[in-house]
Ligand binder design. Sequence first.
Ligand code: SF4
Length: 339
Amino acid sequence: MRVTLDLKDFVKYPFLKESQQFIGSYADSIEEFIQTNTGKIALRYALGRVRDALGDRENREKDSSSPGSDSFGVKQAVASYALARVLVSCQNDRSLIERLTRFEAQRAYSFLIDEEETKKEYIAWSVGIDIRNPEIPFIRYVETVSGLRDDRWRLVNREVRAGMVAVTHEEMDELVREQIRVLLTRQLPLKVPERICQLLQPALEQVTLVYQKQMLERFGTVEEDSFPPCIQAILMALTSGTNITHAGRFAVTAFLHNIGMDNNKIIELYCRAPDFDISKTMYQVEHISGRGGTEYTSPSCAAMRTNGLCVKRDALCEKVGHPLSYYKQKKRKGKPAPT
Ligand code: SF4
C-alpha cells in the first residue's frame, strides 16, 4: 500500500518510518545533535512533549509551542519526538514511559480521525491494522485491547469467527490508537548510552521535578494516618512479624507505589519485618512498580475481599470501591476548611 506523505504528516505521525527517515542525519548522532543550537531547540520541544504527557499545564505554553511548518521546523518537531523517547528511556520509569506513549498515541489519533480514507488506511496499515477489513485477527485483537478497560472490548462481548474478531468501523480508529500505543510502548525503553543520559541531565532533572509535582498534586504528601484500614493492617502485620501472603505484599507495595511513595521508602517499610530480605524485597518492589515492563495498580476493594485482605472496615469504606479512593477521600477530609 502506498500513499504520498507530506511534511505535515511527518509532524502528525513522527513514529512512521518515513518520518524517521526524513530526520535521518539528525538521528545518526544524538550526542552531536543535542549540542547544536537546533538540537537544543528540539530538546526544548521534547521536554514540552514529556510535560504534555504528564499534563503539566503550567509550563505547556512555554515548552511545547509548535516548531515552524517548513522543512527545518518539521525536522525539529520529529526530532523532538525522538528526543522525548530518549528522555524517558534515560529516566527508565515505566509509568513515565506509559504516559508518553499514551500521549503520543492520543495525539496521533486526534489527527487520524480527520484524515481522508486512503491516508488513514495507510497509517493503520503501518502499525499492523487493516481497517478495510471489518474483522481483526484474534491474536492482534487481544494484543491491541490489552490496555482497554471498557467491557465492550472483552472477548465475551465480541463476535469471534474463524479466528477473526468483528469490529465496527467506528471502533477501528480507537483500535489504531491503541495499536500505536502498544507498539511505542514495546519499543521503550531505548538502550541509551550513559554518556548521552549524562548530557541530558539538566532536562532529566526538569522531568523529575514535573513528575514529582504531578504525583504530589494527585495524592499529596504521603500521610500514613490516611491509609485505609486494610493497608494499615498489612503494615501492622509486617511490623509485628506476622507472615504476610503474597497477595498482601502485592497489595501494600502497589498501593504505596500508586500514591507516589519512593521505592526506597517502600523498602524501608519492609525493613520493619523480621524476615526482611533486602534483595528479595528490592526485586519485588521494583517489579511491582514497573521496572519489569508493567506498572501495577493496587487491587480494588472487591479483589481485596476475595483475598481476605479487607479487614477492619470503617464508615468511609462504605463509600469507596478502591483503597486509593479511600486514601484520597480521607486526606481531603483531613484538610482544614478554606477560610
Ligand atoms: S473496604 Fe476497601 S478500603 Fe476499606 S478495608 Fe476493605 S479493601 Fe480496604
